[in-house]
Design a protein around this ligand. Structure first.
Ligand SMILES: Nc1ncnc2c1ncn2[C@@H]1O[C@H](COP(=O)(O)OP(=O)(O)OP(=O)(O)O)[C@@H](O)[C@H]1O
Ligand SMILES: [Mg+2]
Length: 257
Protein backbone atom coordinates (compact mmCIF):
# COMPACT_ATOMS: atom_id res chain seq x y z
CA UNK A 1 0.00 0.00 0.00
CA UNK A 2 1.26 3.46 -0.88
CA UNK A 3 1.51 6.28 1.65
CA UNK A 4 -1.33 8.76 1.61
CA UNK A 5 -1.23 12.51 2.15
CA UNK A 6 -4.21 14.68 2.82
CA UNK A 7 -4.06 18.20 1.42
CA UNK A 8 -6.21 20.10 3.89
CA UNK A 9 -7.11 23.76 3.78
CA UNK A 10 -7.84 26.25 6.49
CA UNK A 11 -10.78 27.18 4.26
CA UNK A 12 -12.19 26.73 0.80
CA UNK A 13 -10.35 28.47 -2.04
CA UNK A 14 -6.96 28.63 -0.30
CA UNK A 15 -5.10 26.75 -3.02
CA UNK A 16 -5.45 23.08 -2.06
CA UNK A 17 -5.87 21.93 -5.63
CA UNK A 18 -2.94 24.02 -6.86
CA UNK A 19 -0.68 22.80 -4.06
CA UNK A 20 -1.74 19.18 -4.56
CA UNK A 21 -1.11 19.52 -8.31
CA UNK A 22 2.30 21.08 -7.75
CA UNK A 23 3.33 18.46 -5.16
CA UNK A 24 2.11 15.71 -7.53
CA UNK A 25 4.15 17.20 -10.38
CA UNK A 26 7.19 17.54 -8.15
CA UNK A 27 7.00 13.99 -6.82
CA UNK A 28 6.41 12.66 -10.30
CA UNK A 29 9.50 14.45 -11.59
CA UNK A 30 11.40 12.92 -8.66
CA UNK A 31 10.45 9.47 -9.91
CA UNK A 32 7.43 8.59 -7.79
CA UNK A 33 4.26 6.97 -9.04
CA UNK A 34 1.65 9.34 -7.65
CA UNK A 35 -2.10 8.83 -7.47
CA UNK A 36 -4.61 11.54 -6.68
CA UNK A 37 -8.05 11.62 -5.12
CA UNK A 38 -10.68 14.27 -4.51
CA UNK A 39 -13.11 12.02 -2.65
CA UNK A 40 -16.06 14.39 -2.68
CA UNK A 41 -16.41 17.16 -5.25
CA UNK A 42 -19.30 19.53 -4.66
CA UNK A 43 -20.50 22.27 -6.97
CA UNK A 44 -20.24 19.92 -10.01
CA UNK A 45 -21.91 21.19 -13.16
CA UNK A 46 -22.20 17.73 -14.74
CA UNK A 47 -22.33 15.34 -11.80
CA UNK A 48 -23.87 12.40 -13.65
CA UNK A 49 -21.46 12.34 -16.61
CA UNK A 50 -18.02 10.84 -17.21
CA UNK A 51 -16.55 14.34 -17.31
CA UNK A 52 -14.18 14.83 -14.34
CA UNK A 53 -15.05 17.93 -12.31
CA UNK A 54 -12.42 20.72 -12.35
CA UNK A 55 -10.32 19.80 -9.30
CA UNK A 56 -10.30 16.13 -10.29
CA UNK A 57 -9.26 16.96 -13.86
CA UNK A 58 -6.41 19.22 -12.72
CA UNK A 59 -5.10 16.70 -10.18
CA UNK A 60 -5.20 13.85 -12.71
CA UNK A 61 -3.37 15.99 -15.27
CA UNK A 62 -0.66 16.88 -12.73
CA UNK A 63 -0.15 13.28 -11.64
CA UNK A 64 -0.45 11.91 -15.19
CA UNK A 65 -2.95 9.24 -14.16
CA UNK A 66 -5.93 7.68 -15.88
CA UNK A 67 -7.59 6.03 -12.91
CA UNK A 68 -11.37 5.55 -13.10
CA UNK A 69 -13.40 8.58 -12.06
CA UNK A 70 -15.30 6.32 -9.65
CA UNK A 71 -12.06 5.86 -7.67
CA UNK A 72 -10.66 9.38 -7.93
CA UNK A 73 -13.93 11.17 -7.12
CA UNK A 74 -16.60 8.70 -6.02
CA UNK A 75 -19.00 11.46 -4.99
CA UNK A 76 -19.78 14.24 -7.46
CA UNK A 77 -22.50 16.50 -6.12
CA UNK A 78 -24.22 19.43 -7.74
CA UNK A 79 -24.70 21.94 -4.93
CA UNK A 80 -21.72 24.10 -3.88
CA UNK A 81 -22.13 23.14 -0.24
CA UNK A 82 -20.35 21.04 2.35
CA UNK A 83 -20.40 17.32 1.49
CA UNK A 84 -23.07 16.65 4.14
CA UNK A 85 -25.33 19.47 2.96
CA UNK A 86 -24.78 18.75 -0.75
CA UNK A 87 -25.62 15.06 -0.27
CA UNK A 88 -28.72 15.95 1.71
CA UNK A 89 -29.82 18.39 -0.98
CA UNK A 90 -29.94 15.40 -3.34
CA UNK A 91 -31.80 13.28 -0.80
CA UNK A 92 -28.78 11.05 -0.26
CA UNK A 93 -25.88 10.51 2.08
CA UNK A 94 -22.19 9.85 1.77
CA UNK A 95 -21.04 6.36 2.68
CA UNK A 96 -17.54 6.54 4.23
CA UNK A 97 -17.02 2.84 3.43
CA UNK A 98 -17.35 3.57 -0.27
CA UNK A 99 -14.80 6.37 0.03
CA UNK A 100 -12.39 4.17 1.92
CA UNK A 101 -12.66 1.34 -0.59
CA UNK A 102 -11.82 3.79 -3.39
CA UNK A 103 -8.86 5.17 -1.44
CA UNK A 104 -7.51 1.68 -0.77
CA UNK A 105 -7.80 0.76 -4.43
CA UNK A 106 -5.76 3.86 -5.36
CA UNK A 107 -3.20 3.18 -2.63
CA UNK A 108 -2.79 -0.34 -4.07
CA UNK A 109 -2.08 1.15 -7.50
CA UNK A 110 0.34 3.94 -6.53
CA UNK A 111 3.37 4.57 -4.29
CA UNK A 112 1.89 7.81 -3.01
CA UNK A 113 -1.68 9.07 -3.01
CA UNK A 114 -2.47 12.78 -2.58
CA UNK A 115 -6.02 13.28 -1.31
CA UNK A 116 -7.58 16.73 -1.58
CA UNK A 117 -10.12 17.58 1.08
CA UNK A 118 -13.28 19.63 0.72
CA UNK A 119 -12.96 22.85 2.71
CA UNK A 120 -11.29 22.48 6.13
CA UNK A 121 -10.66 19.66 8.60
CA UNK A 122 -13.96 19.83 10.47
CA UNK A 123 -16.19 20.04 7.42
CA UNK A 124 -18.95 17.47 7.90
CA UNK A 125 -19.02 14.48 5.56
CA UNK A 126 -21.89 12.73 7.31
CA UNK A 127 -23.91 13.66 10.40
CA UNK A 128 -21.29 11.91 12.52
CA UNK A 129 -18.03 12.10 10.53
CA UNK A 130 -15.81 14.98 9.48
CA UNK A 131 -12.94 15.21 7.02
CA UNK A 132 -10.61 14.73 10.00
CA UNK A 133 -12.27 11.39 10.78
CA UNK A 134 -11.54 10.16 7.26
CA UNK A 135 -7.90 11.24 7.60
CA UNK A 136 -7.55 9.34 10.86
CA UNK A 137 -9.31 6.22 9.62
CA UNK A 138 -7.21 6.11 6.45
CA UNK A 139 -3.89 6.88 8.22
CA UNK A 140 -3.06 9.93 6.08
CA UNK A 141 -0.41 12.58 6.76
CA UNK A 142 -1.84 16.10 6.71
CA UNK A 143 -0.33 18.92 4.66
CA UNK A 144 -2.13 22.12 5.55
CA UNK A 145 -2.61 24.91 3.01
CA UNK A 146 -3.38 28.38 4.37
CA UNK A 147 -3.69 31.92 3.07
CA UNK A 148 -0.53 33.97 3.30
CA UNK A 149 -1.83 37.25 4.70
CA UNK A 150 -3.41 38.79 7.74
CA UNK A 151 -5.80 36.47 9.61
CA UNK A 152 -3.98 33.30 8.73
CA UNK A 153 -2.36 32.76 12.14
CA UNK A 154 -5.69 32.15 13.80
CA UNK A 155 -7.06 29.89 11.05
CA UNK A 156 -3.86 27.93 10.81
CA UNK A 157 -3.38 27.48 14.55
CA UNK A 158 -7.03 26.41 14.95
CA UNK A 159 -6.56 23.80 12.22
CA UNK A 160 -3.30 22.51 13.73
CA UNK A 161 -4.90 22.31 17.16
CA UNK A 162 -7.89 20.40 15.75
CA UNK A 163 -5.53 18.02 13.94
CA UNK A 164 -3.40 17.39 17.01
CA UNK A 165 -6.39 16.86 19.28
CA UNK A 166 -7.48 14.11 16.92
CA UNK A 167 -3.96 12.69 16.87
CA UNK A 168 -3.50 13.29 13.17
CA UNK A 169 0.04 13.44 11.82
CA UNK A 170 0.77 16.86 10.35
CA UNK A 171 3.67 17.00 7.90
CA UNK A 172 3.79 20.74 7.42
CA UNK A 173 2.13 23.95 6.34
CA UNK A 174 2.15 25.88 3.04
CA UNK A 175 1.22 29.55 2.91
CA UNK A 176 -0.18 30.76 -0.39
CA UNK A 177 -0.94 34.14 -1.94
CA UNK A 178 -4.28 33.43 -3.60
CA UNK A 179 -4.75 37.02 -4.79
CA UNK A 180 -2.64 39.48 -6.71
CA UNK A 181 -0.72 41.90 -4.53
CA UNK A 182 -2.94 44.86 -3.66
CA UNK A 183 -1.81 48.46 -3.43
CA UNK A 184 -1.72 48.39 0.35
CA UNK A 185 1.15 46.42 1.81
CA UNK A 186 0.30 43.55 4.18
CA UNK A 187 3.27 43.41 6.54
CA UNK A 188 2.04 40.12 8.07
CA UNK A 189 2.77 38.09 4.92
CA UNK A 190 6.54 38.01 5.34
CA UNK A 191 6.51 37.20 9.06
CA UNK A 192 3.74 34.60 9.17
CA UNK A 193 5.87 31.71 7.98
CA UNK A 194 8.54 32.24 10.64
CA UNK A 195 5.92 32.75 13.35
CA UNK A 196 4.04 29.60 12.42
CA UNK A 197 7.32 27.65 12.37
CA UNK A 198 8.04 28.92 15.87
CA UNK A 199 4.55 28.35 17.25
CA UNK A 200 3.88 24.91 15.75
CA UNK A 201 7.35 23.42 15.38
CA UNK A 202 6.34 22.33 11.87
CA UNK A 203 8.06 22.97 8.53
CA UNK A 204 6.38 25.92 6.82
CA UNK A 205 6.74 26.67 3.12
CA UNK A 206 5.99 30.01 1.62
CA UNK A 207 4.51 32.38 1.10
CA UNK A 208 4.03 30.92 -2.39
CA UNK A 209 3.66 33.83 -4.83
CA UNK A 210 0.55 34.75 -6.77
CA UNK A 211 0.97 33.68 -10.41
CA UNK A 212 -1.77 34.80 -12.80
CA UNK A 213 -3.39 31.88 -14.64
CA UNK A 214 -1.52 29.33 -12.52
CA UNK A 215 -4.07 26.55 -13.05
CA UNK A 216 -3.66 26.75 -16.83
CA UNK A 217 0.12 26.33 -16.72
CA UNK A 218 2.09 23.08 -16.99
CA UNK A 219 3.83 20.78 -14.53
CA UNK A 220 7.16 22.53 -14.91
CA UNK A 221 5.62 25.90 -13.98
CA UNK A 222 3.85 24.33 -10.98
CA UNK A 223 7.11 22.81 -9.73
CA UNK A 224 8.83 26.13 -10.11
CA UNK A 225 6.02 27.87 -8.24
CA UNK A 226 6.26 25.39 -5.38
CA UNK A 227 10.03 25.52 -5.00
CA UNK A 228 10.90 29.15 -5.77
CA UNK A 229 9.38 30.76 -2.74
CA UNK A 230 9.29 34.51 -2.88
CA UNK A 231 7.21 36.87 -0.87
CA UNK A 232 8.07 40.35 0.18
CA UNK A 233 11.60 40.15 1.46
CA UNK A 234 11.46 36.45 2.28
CA UNK A 235 14.56 34.61 1.14
CA UNK A 236 14.25 32.06 -1.64
CA UNK A 237 14.30 28.89 0.44
CA UNK A 238 11.85 26.97 -1.67
CA UNK A 239 13.52 23.81 -2.87
CA UNK A 240 15.11 22.94 0.46
CA UNK A 241 11.96 23.57 2.41
CA UNK A 242 9.87 21.41 0.10
CA UNK A 243 12.38 18.62 0.52
CA UNK A 244 12.37 19.08 4.31
CA UNK A 245 8.61 18.93 4.41
CA UNK A 246 8.48 15.78 2.32
CA UNK A 247 11.35 14.24 4.30
CA UNK A 248 9.36 14.78 7.44
CA UNK A 249 6.45 13.06 5.74
CA UNK A 250 8.64 10.01 5.20
CA UNK A 251 9.56 10.86 1.62
CA UNK A 252 13.08 11.52 0.47
CA UNK A 253 13.03 12.49 -3.20
CA UNK A 254 16.32 11.73 -4.97
CA UNK A 255 18.97 14.41 -4.51
CA UNK A 256 19.18 14.99 -8.27
CA UNK A 257 16.17 17.31 -8.01
N1 LIG B 1 -0.64 31.29 -5.89
C1 LIG B 1 -1.66 31.44 -6.72
N2 LIG B 1 -1.56 32.28 -7.78
C2 LIG B 1 -2.58 32.47 -8.62
N3 LIG B 1 -3.75 31.84 -8.52
C3 LIG B 1 -3.91 30.99 -7.49
C4 LIG B 1 -2.88 30.74 -6.55
N4 LIG B 1 -3.33 29.84 -5.65
C5 LIG B 1 -4.58 29.54 -6.01
N5 LIG B 1 -4.93 30.22 -7.11
C6 LIG B 1 -6.22 30.21 -7.80
O1 LIG B 1 -7.20 30.47 -6.80
C7 LIG B 1 -8.34 29.65 -7.00
C8 LIG B 1 -8.53 28.77 -5.76
O2 LIG B 1 -7.43 27.86 -5.68
P1 LIG B 1 -7.70 26.31 -5.53
O3 LIG B 1 -8.75 25.85 -6.50
O4 LIG B 1 -6.38 25.60 -5.59
O5 LIG B 1 -8.30 26.33 -4.05
P2 LIG B 1 -8.93 25.12 -3.24
O6 LIG B 1 -8.53 25.29 -1.82
O7 LIG B 1 -8.60 23.85 -3.90
O8 LIG B 1 -10.50 25.42 -3.39
P3 LIG B 1 -11.73 24.39 -3.14
O9 LIG B 1 -12.05 24.50 -1.70
O10 LIG B 1 -12.79 24.96 -4.04
O11 LIG B 1 -11.29 23.03 -3.55
C9 LIG B 1 -8.10 28.88 -8.29
O12 LIG B 1 -8.63 29.57 -9.37
C10 LIG B 1 -6.57 28.84 -8.37
O13 LIG B 1 -6.10 28.69 -9.67
MG1 LIG C 1 -9.86 22.44 -4.78
Amino acid sequence: MGQGFFIAGTDTGVGKTMVAAAVAAWLRAAGYDVGVMKPIHTGCRHPGTRQPPPDTALLMRAAGVRDPLELVTPYRLRQPLSPLAAARAEGGRIDPRRLRAAYRALADRHEIVLVEGSGGLLVPVTATATMADLIRAWGLIVILVARAGLGTLNHTLLSIEAARRRRLTVGGILLNHTRPPSGSRDPSATGNAALLRELTGLPVIGPLPYVAGLQRRDARAWRRWLTATRGGRARPAGRDSVRRLLDRCGLAPPARR
